[in-house]
Design a protein. Structure first.
Length: 271
């Protein structure tokens, strides 16, 4: 057997011995000690699991940190978004990567998904951290997702990408912004998600969850704080904390302060 043929056969055997990663495996990141308490992060609308990179870095030394893409976003861009599919996706990740129970952290769209996940399977949620999702999209507030949907359809993907790039660089700085820009934006999923959110009573859904809740909002996120106190009183075991100098995407605007608040909450819950 020539050296060339032997090399080909060895390479082929190695390829067969190495299991292929499934799309599901590629659509979440996990870091930190395998035996650490698990935290599952759920990203906001139109972005990806990379939104949580600062917290993955900050908390990965102490906790098992897992960030997943929702349907229609990132590695799951080819999967149609629906609220039910998103909630099922979080359950899959909690079961597969977190041992069946985790502290679930959601921002904006991810927060609404986290609320519904905890309502359906409270035993799987050791606690909730909810950011930018205490505006209940019902009644007059249902006009918010409807207006955003109209705007995004009118502007188009090309201009939306340009607007988002400028906005991210101004708000988060070049380094954090570039991580998000490299992951891309998913505007089709954004349209689908806005339709799904409109008219849902997430305050009522949150009321059904008996576990500990931290409402962790940016103090400048005035739009999504409109019904903040009603969310606080609806939850059975909730506390409120504001991140100074932060707006809607508090975890990127003030990442260190956000991570500190999250760590304090994680240390006081019953895992």
């Amino acid at each position: 057997m020539t050296e060339q043929r032997r090399a080909k056969r060895t390479a082929g055997a190695a390829a067969r011995a190495t299991p292929k990663r499934t799309p599901r495996q590629r659509s979440y990141d996990a870091a930190g000690p395998a035996g650490g308490h698990p935290i599952v992060f759920v990203h906001g609308i139109r972005v990806t699991r990379k939104q949580w990179l600062p917290q993955m870095r900050d908390l990965g030394g102490e906790y098992r940190v897992i960030a997943a893409d929702l349907p229609g976003h990132g590695a799951l861009a080819g999967v149609a978004f629906s609220l039910d599919a998103a909630v099922q996706r979080v359950r899959e990740v909690v079961d597969e990567a977190a041992g069946g129970r985790a502290l679930v952290v959601g921002l904006s769209l991810g927060g609404y998904v986290a609320i519904e996940f905890a309502r359906r399977w409270p035993e799987k949620a050791a606690g909730l951290v909810l950011t930018g999702c205490s505006g209940n999209p019902r009644g007059v507030l249902s006009l918010i997702p409807a207006t955003v949907a109209l705007f995004t359809r009118a502007v188009g993907d090309r201009w939306l990408t340009f607007i988002n790039e400028i906005n991210f660089r101004v708000r988060y700085g070049d380094e954090l912004a570039q991580e998000q820009l490299d992951a891309g934006f998913f505007f089709t999923a954004m349209q689908d998600a806005l339709k799904q959110l409109r008219g849902n009573d997430f305050r009522r859904r949150l009321k059904a969850y008996p576990g500990p809740v931290l409402i962790l909002n940016g103090e400048r996120d005035t739009l999504f704080r409109i019904t903040e106190l009603t969310f606080l009183t609806a939850a059975q075991d909730a506390r409120l904390q504001l991140i100074r100098d932060a707006g809607h995407v508090a975890n990127l605007e003030e990442p260190e302060a956000y991570s500190r608040a999250l760590r304090r909450f994680a240390r006081c819950i019953d895992w």
